[in-house]
Write a protein that binds this ligand. Structure first.
Ligand SMILES: Cc1cc2nc3c(=O)[nH]c(=O)nc-3n(C[C@H](O)[C@H](O)[C@H](O)COP(=O)(O)OP(=O)(O)OC[C@H]3O[C@@H](n4cnc5c(N)ncnc54)[C@H](O)[C@@H]3O)c2cc1C
Length: 519
């Protein structure tokens, strides 16, 4: 017999061997010897009260054996001679569109402007150490997309939109630890992601798909509202039937191309702000109610905050416990920051985006002349301000959060994980008022919610501008572009996802939709 039960375990019990079996036997009122095995189905930490509790959901095997290691199987077909689907972009959306093609018996042909994960690493190093940004190979572009050098946090709110579990199992199939199937807040870590992405590439190639790196798409050939061919920067022209456009939210050239060709795009609301970094110990002490170091059984603490300030949400975004702030620009004359963390989350800093929700209909009056590109132009201006304030390199402008709120230039800054370095700058006067004034109020409010959060030991670093796409590429109920047949806008760049998992799920859905039109 197998019984599923919930168990609450405190830190003292967590340390003890065989705690789960012991607690399960008590809860089920059975003899401990009757329990042949326990399988953890879910684990979360509740640190809201004085005593930290681990909440477990477990399957208790009573006088029944547990099958050995689970095998996550995917039925990939040999598609080498099958009909083709073209996929532009090899981020999570493009990768999962390609994998779905293999399952459904279609041949994915992927075109990716960047390099494979190994070669991409060199360009990442060049940004951090030499301040050189390669516009096709950086933290956003290249194999695995923006998800590769990320935290690999796998949270999504879009539970109804697809099968999250399928994506997780596929990640496990390609080398992720099974722990992601259990943790309430699963994450993979930037050190482990490249290997998983490489394995996904190997699967696609093994079953007959094609992946072309260094292949930036620069034009579409359209006739009678049907996409006929795509042109690459290397002058190649490929005839196409169905194209999944999964180029992510940083592919500004693609938005400009669509606009220039009168292919409908829409401006969309998004959020911008800064990244804040604290010593991890401060966040641990607040979240775990502890003094000094956190207990060794506890992971680096995270937080999530939101506050309405003058009719706009101010909220934490992509919080990275034990992580690093990274330079996420895609061109040389801009400074953009984001965050990532390794699987063990063992760096001494905790960083998070703190961003202000912007209303595309109300907040961009000065940018109306740009039509659907107005949010994007505003975003570009902010990144330029950041670039100039940082000293025209990838050095980022920064300020102690207390100085930012009080309107003082910081005479010196705290240590920071951001490798290209920081330059003290008056972000309180540089950021547009719609963002800056709300952030200033927001930080004070957050300090009230989390005692110790508002501290001179925290830096803010500018700018966190790429939270989601400032553009929506509209599609109909068949997921095809509203005007152009054969074009399937997909993932975060289309405005249909906001993270690795939701992008992957949208990739699967677009593959299914594109395939329907070929049948
Ligand atoms: C530093 C960082 C940390 C992040 N951390 C997390 C996290 O922990 N959890 C999470 O859920 N999300 C995180 N994100 C966001 C997440 O990475 C994105 O939401 C996700 O990658 C979007 O997937 P996508 O496939 O839609 O687009 P992308 O990942 O942006 O992929 C688009 C791909 O298209 C390619 N491309 C662009 N233009 C062209 C062209 N013209 N021709 C050919 N190819 C092109 C790009 O090179 C890129 O590989 C992070 C992002 C960054 C930058």
């Amino acid at each position: 017999m197998i019984k599923e039960i919930q168990l609450r375990i405190n830190l003292f019990e967590e340390r003890k061997e065989d705690t789960l079996r012991y607690k399960a036997s008590k809860k089920l009122d059975i003899n401990i010897e009757e329990i042949s095995a326990i399988k953890v189905l879910r684990k979360s930490i509740d640190a809201r009260k004085k005593e930290t509790i681990f909440n477990y959901k477990v399957a208790v095997y009573i006088n029944e054996s547990i099958s050995e290691k689970q095998n996550y199987k995917f039925e990939y077909k040999d598609v080498s001679k099958c009909k083709e689907i073209h996929i532009i972009g090899f981020g999570p959306a493009g990768m999962y569109a390609a994998l779905r093609c293999l399952e459904l018996g279609y041949k994915p042909i992927v075109l990716e402007r960047g390099k494979n994960v190994q070669d991409r690493r060199r360009d990442i190093r060049a940004i951090n150490q030499e301040h050189i940004v390669n516009k096709d190979s950086n933290y956003c572009f290249g194999e695995g997309g923006a998800g590769t050098y990320s935290d690999g946090k796998l949270y999504t709110r879009s539970l109804k939109r697809g099968d999250v579990r399928r994506i997780f199992e596929s990640l496990v199939f390609h080398g992720a630890t099974e722990q992601i199937l259990i943790d309430a807040h699963p994450h993979i870590g930037t050190n482990k992601l490249p290997k998983i992405i490489q394995k996904i590439r190997e699967t696609i190639i093994k079953f007959g798909g094609k992946i072309h790196f260094n292949s930036r798409v620069i034009d579409f050939v359209i006739s009678k509202n049907k996409l006929k061919a795509i042109r690459l920067e290397n002058k190649q022209e490929l005839n196409v039937n169905s194209v999944i456009l999964a180029t992510g939210h940083s592919a500004r050239d693609i938005y400009n191309l669509l606009h220039k060709k009168n292919i409908s795009i829409k401006a969309k609301s998004f959020a911008m702000g800064v990244r804040i970094e604290h010593p991890q110990q401060i966040i641990d002490q607040i979240q775990y109610n502890c003094n000094g170091e956190r207990d060794s059984l506890l992971p680096a603490a995270a937080y999530s905050m939101v506050k309405q300030v003058n009719q706009r949400g101010v909220y934490s975004f992509c919080m990275c416990p034990g992580g690093f702030i990274v330079p996420a620009a895609t061109d040389s004359e801009e400074v953009v920051v984001n965050g990532m963390s390794p699987s063990r989350r063992n760096n001494k800093f905790a960083n998070s985006g703190i961003v202000v929700e912007l209303d595309i209909d109300k907040d961009f009056k000065k940018y109306e002349e740009y039509g659907p590109l107005k949010g994007l132009e505003f975003q570009k201006d902010l990144e330029k301000i950041s670039y100039y304030a940082g000293g025209r390199t990838q050095t980022a402008p920064a300020q102690r959060v207390t100085d930012f709120v009080e309107g003082n230039l910081s005479t010196n800054l705290n240590d920071c994980s951001y490798q290209p370095g920081l330059k003290s700058a008056p972000l309180h006067s540089l950021l547009p008022k719609i963002i800056g004034s709300r952030l200033r109020k927001g930080f004070k409010e957050f300090g009230r919610k989390m005692n110790g959060y508002y501290t001179e030991q925290a830096n803010i670093v500018g700018v966190e501008s790429r939270t989601s796409s400032p553009i929506n590429i509209p599609r109909n109920i068949n997921l095809e572009h509203i005007n152009i047949k054969g074009l399937f806008p997909c993932g975060e760049g289309g405005g249909y996802a906001g993270g690795i998992v939701s992008a992957a799920m949208d990739g699967e859905r677009c593959a299914e939709a594109a395939i329907k039109t070929l049948k």
